[in-house]
Write a protein that binds this ligand. Structure first.
Ligand SMILES: Nc1nc2c(ncn2[C@@H]2O[C@H](COP(=O)(O)OP(=O)(O)OP(=O)(O)O)[C@@H](O)[C@H]2O)c(=O)[nH]1
Ligand SMILES: [Zn+2]
Length: 293
């Protein structure tokens, strides 16, 4: 049978075969199958046993894989932002969007607190760049149906800066989450750098959401060891211009005859997106070659 690992606890992998029943599986032989241990999110072939437990036979090829938390096959990363307090720095959005794009994971931009501020500039920036972009309010419920639609039938993880309303949104989508909602200062004791355990949670709507219990956010602060020259491909709206720069190997930072810079000047690429690219490019250049895989 085919299924998906929703959680892993002490050597057991809880596999959902699609009927909502979780089968506690052990790996066949050792728990490492094909050299790599199973991850939450893995699509697997398993054999149910008579006693209700099961055996994991095979891990199917992964779409992507994250280390912190350790999870595979995230279809989309829902980046929650806000134009009200706290105002989201576009660089934070662009950083996680770039990571998602580099991992074959669809970014969805979701601007919360639209009851307080419509965040017109953020909204237009990400729409124009070609991302699914939504406006919601966890407070009034506006846009939540659209968000439900955007996550239906997919495996999604939510991320966003502290206080933008991730817990509030997840609670509004699924009251049984009962995540703690509060002022930023109430939550500082949680230890941001402790190891995060992750589970996938099937909402009543059928959507699957990555949940890091006790935390509302999916942590993407992984060290990125991406080469600077690969970064351009993680800014999707640059694509039409990349072949048109005067010099091959153009870094699109300040070269003469750069088609990306010309597009920024012409208003076709948002200056904030390009500024984030330059910042990430400079960071990537500082990583010494020997540290890269
Ligand atoms: N006006 C308004 N307030 C909101 C909305 N969503 C959340 N809030 C408030 O914003 C504050 C922070 O919300 P949380 O849901 O705790 O934010 P979070 O992103 O989970 O925060 P962290 O757990 O620190 O990452 C709370 O006081 C919420 O009541 C919204 O749509 N409109
Ligand atoms: Zn260029």
């Amino acid at each position: 049978m085919e299924g998906i690992i929703l959680k892993a606890i002490s050597g057991f992998y809880y596999v959902d075969g699609g009927d909502g029943v979780l089968v506690a599986c052990r790996g066949r032989g050792s728990s490492a199958i094909r050299g790599s241990p199973p991850l939450v999110g893995d699509k697997v072939i398993f054999t149910p046993l008579d006693n209700g437990a099961g055996i994991l036979d095979e891990i199917l090829p992964r779409r992507n894989e994250f280390q912190r938390p350790a999870v595979a096959n995230i279809d989309q990363l829902v980046v929650i932002a806000s134009g009200a307090i706290p105002v989201t720095d576009p660089f934070l959005i662009d950083r996680v969007v770039s990571i998602a794009e580099g991992r074959n994971c669809q970014p969805v931009i979701c601007i919360n607190k639209c009851d307080l501020d419509a965040a017109e500039e953020l909204y237009q920036t990400y729409r124009a760049a070609g991302f699914p972009t939504l406006r919601v309010s966890a407070e009034t419920g506006e846009g939540l149906e659209e968000l439900s639609g955007a996550i239906a039938g997919k495996v999604s993880a939510f991320t966003g800066n502290s206080g933008v309303g991730k817990s509030s949104i997840l609670n509004a989508l699924e009251p049984s989450f009962r995540l703690q909602v509060g002022e930023v200062s109430d939550k500082l004791g949680r230890g941001r750098h402790t190891t995060r355990h992750v589970e996938l949670f099937r909402l009543r709507s059928g959507a699957i959401v990555a949940d890091t219990p006790g935390f509302s956010s999916f942590d993407t602060e992984e060290i990125e060891l991406r080469r600077p020259e690969e970064l351009q491909y993680t800014f999707r709206e640059f694509a039409p211009y990349l072949e048109q720069c005067r010099f091959t190997g153009c870094s699109h930072v300040k070269e003469k005859g750069c088609a990306v810079l010309a597009a920024v000047k012409a208003g076709e690429i948002a200056p904030s997106r390009h500024a984030s690219y330059v910042r990430l490019y400079q960071q990537a250049k500082e990583v010494p070659e020997w540290e890269r895989k």
